[in-house]
Design a protein around this ligand. Structure first.
Ligand code: KG4
Ligand code: ZN
Length: 330
């Protein structure tokens, strides 16, 4: 079964083709350079840019897989959550391809996609396992109970982890996106300052990152000559410490001995090192998608589509974009 999937929920235009769960092509065009000067994604500009290039990205992906549209058996696209204008571009394009070739269409939940990125690297992995989903919009501890069922264990009460990286990078004038910029600066700095790790009571699996941002802001006002690299290293330490400690506590609490990481922040090298170290200490196994499949891509969307297609879970062409699509929807 050959599946072509589209992903356009935020600022990446992505197309992938898989055959029976094996990746044949994954093309990602990032708009980062366009949005950088605004310090974040501008939704209207993102949607317009998706529209301008989506047909070319589909063509590149078909070329990479040595295929034409007629070879594709199923078309899929992210239907949410995400920016509505951006979502509509990929969704409408996928539905149009399905209609014109008389092939089925499947709408995909982007959050399942991030979790499923792990199956591209670890095809032997099977639910149930713990998941730490950390991206620009999401910070959640989850259990993938079954292929189609995600259980929420804890989540952020305010900012997402990626959002914290982005906002602190802005305070430090390190540019956008903040995660990679902070990681780079932190490598040249030292963890000299202690920033807060809230909600530390045992059994509390929620996160809060807005206080950290404020704490960095006040620190910089009081210490204008502090080294940016040291502050970056200390802030990264606080975020990663919170994330990893809670993920392992949740695994211990639930009796699951596998944690899969997902989302853009899962590409962070300190997070990976810390998780590997705790894995050795506790015996809980950890899984990380390749760095380029942590951030938004269509290969992960195609993997969800494959599991849905095998179960005959196709979507009607009346399927609409759902900006706040929840974890309950497979
Ligand atoms: O998953 P993603 O590409 O998009 C969303 O669905 O949100 O995640 C983007 C987020 C951004 O906030 C970015 O700063 C963060 O992931 N990020 C990182 C790293 N690379 C990307 N955060 C920390 N360290 C990184 N190396
Ligand atoms: Zn994402």
């Amino acid at each position: 079964m050959k599946i072509l999937a589209l992903e356009s929920s935020c600022d990446e235009t992505a197309v992938a083709i898989i055959e029976d769960g094996h990746l044949l092509s994954s093309v990602v065009s990032s708009q980062i350079d366009i949005h950088r000067r605004f310090g974040g994604v501008v939704p209207e500009i993102a949607a317009r840019n998706h529209l301008e290039i989506i047909d070319k990205i589909v063509e590149s992906s078909l070329e990479e897989a040595h295929m034409t549209l007629d070879n594709i058996d199923v078309f899929a696209s992210t239907m949410g959550p995400g920016l509505v204008g951006s979502l509509l571009v990929g969704l409408s394009f996928a539905k149009a391809m399905a209609l014109s070739t008389s092939k089925p269409f499947i709408g995909i939940n982007h959050l399942f996609g991030h979790v499923y990125a792990n199956f591209l690297k670890y095809p032997f992995l099977r639910p149930p396992f713990m998941v730490l989903l950390v991206s620009g919009g999401h910070t959640e501890i989850l259990v993938l109970r079954d292929w189609d069922k995600i259980e929420l264990i804890g989540k952020t009460r305010d900012d997402a982890a990626g959002e914290a990286f982005d906002k602190i990078a802005r305070l430090l004038e390190l540019g956008y996106p903040g995660g990679p910029a902070i990681q780079k600066a932190a490598m040249k700095g030292e963890v000299l300052y202690h920033f807060p790790r809230p909600l530390q009571e045992k059994g509390n699996f929620d996160f809060s990152f807005s206080g950290l941002k404020t704490s960095v802001l006040y620190f910089l006002r009081k210490n204008p000559s502090a080294s940016v690299n040291d502050v970056a290293a200390s802030a990264q330490e606080a975020i990663v410490d919170s994330l990893v400690t809670k993920a392992f506590d949740a695994a211990g609490n639930s009796g699951l001995n596998e944690i899969a990481f997902a989302g853009g922040v899962a590409s962070n090298s300190l997070l990976r090192d810390r998780a590997e170290k705790l894995s050795e200490e506790t015996g809980v196994r950890v899984y990380f998608p390749p760095v380029d499949l942590c951030t938004d891509n269509a290969a992960m969307i195609a993997m969800v589509a494959y599991e849905k297609a095998k179960r005959g879970l196709f979507s009607p062409l009346s399927t609409n974009a759902v900006p706040y699509l929840s974890l309950d929807v497979f």
